[in-house]
Write a protein that binds this ligand. Structure first.
Ligand SMILES: [Zn+2]
Length: 292
């Protein structure tokens, strides 16, 4: 599933899709990261990872997969660990691969997102090609930050400013020293870039690097460490600086796409088909600088 929207001059992609490539495991992998806390690493690149926290009386889930099928798989994995009710779902952003499973995972859960994500979800529901998805938009929204108390733990969701979209949430588990980043971090991969801000995205990752964190659950692919996150931050920041310098010489968008040097990141996954390649990332940075 993939949809293109056009807004202003910037291409907006509902990425979702990181299909193929044989690097994903054959089965979703569930990995315990701390007390009560698990990462669910999707084996389907078109469906996002999730994180779930088992409290004393209920469960909190971050992101729910692409659709009912993926949500049901995720719920099955949760049920291997606990039979408690799913009480809260936090969606990191509005892209379907992160929230399409809400109804399957937690039909009675309180859904929490940024206000922006809720607005964009309501807009998605009206789109004819989204028929067949049963979105559950947020019941509770926040602008800057919200803390959920899931006895005996607490969970902090916050908006770090525009980044991958204009309303992403990062979800921090202080007792477990873990953060779920949504698509602000993909492990060893070029990200898709919606209407956000790469400049602020780099700042948002700098702030995460200051937090006491041992594990980072990315939007897609395997669980990372701080050094994986630092490398991804370095990629964005390196590319940003290169594009700015090339643009300042008066280069065209096409020249920028070709001139960036990304050799250091040769092991990163690229998905040109989904506007998630080095050249595509460079083009988005160019357009964002142009719009300033
Ligand atoms: Zn996304």
């Amino acid at each position: 599933m993939r949809t293109h929207l056009r807004t202003c001059s910037l291409r907006v992609v509902i990425p979702a899709v990181f299909a193929c490539c044989g690097l994903a495991p054959a089965q979703p992998a569930v990995q315990q990261l701390g007390a009560g806390l698990y990462a669910y690493i999707s084996e389907n690149d078109a469906s996002a990872n999730s994180t779930f926290l088992i409290g004393r009386r209920g469960i909190l889930v971050v992101d729910s997969g692409l659709n009912a099928t993926e949500g049901t798989k995720l719920l099955g994995a949760i049920r291997q660990v606990s039979s408690l009710p799913v009480k809260f779902i936090i969606n990191t952003h509005y892209h379907p691969d992160h929230q399409g499973g809400n109804a399957a995972v937690g039909p009675n859960a309180v859904v929490i997102t940024t206000a922006f994500t809720r607005e964009r979800t309501l807009a998605l529901i009206k789109r004819p090609e989204m028929e067949g998805f049963h979105f559950r938009p947020a019941n509770v929204t926040f602008e800057k930050r919200v803390t959920v108390y899931l006895d005996p733990y607490s969970v902090d969701a916050y908006y770090p400013g525009k980044a991958h979209t204009s309303g992403d949430a990062l979800v921090y588990f202080p007792q477990q020293r873990v953060i779920a980043t949504g698509d602000l971090f993909l492990n060893r991969s070029c990200p898709a870039m919606d209407n956000g801000s790469v400049e602020n995205w780099i700042q948002a990752l700098n702030q995460v690097l200051e937090l006491p964190v041992d594990h980072v659950v990315p939007g897609h692919f395997e669980v990372g460490t701080k050094s994986d996150l630092r490398r991804f931050r370095n990629y964005l920041s390196d590319l940003f600086q290169q594009v700015r310098a090339i643009k300042e010489r008066g280069a065209t968008l096409d020249q920028v796409r070709h001139e960036v040097n990304t050799q250091k990141y040769a092991d990163f996954r690229q998905y040109p088909k989904y506007q998630a390649s080095f050249a595509d990332n460079a083009a988005v940075i160019y357009q964002q600088l142009q719009a300033h």
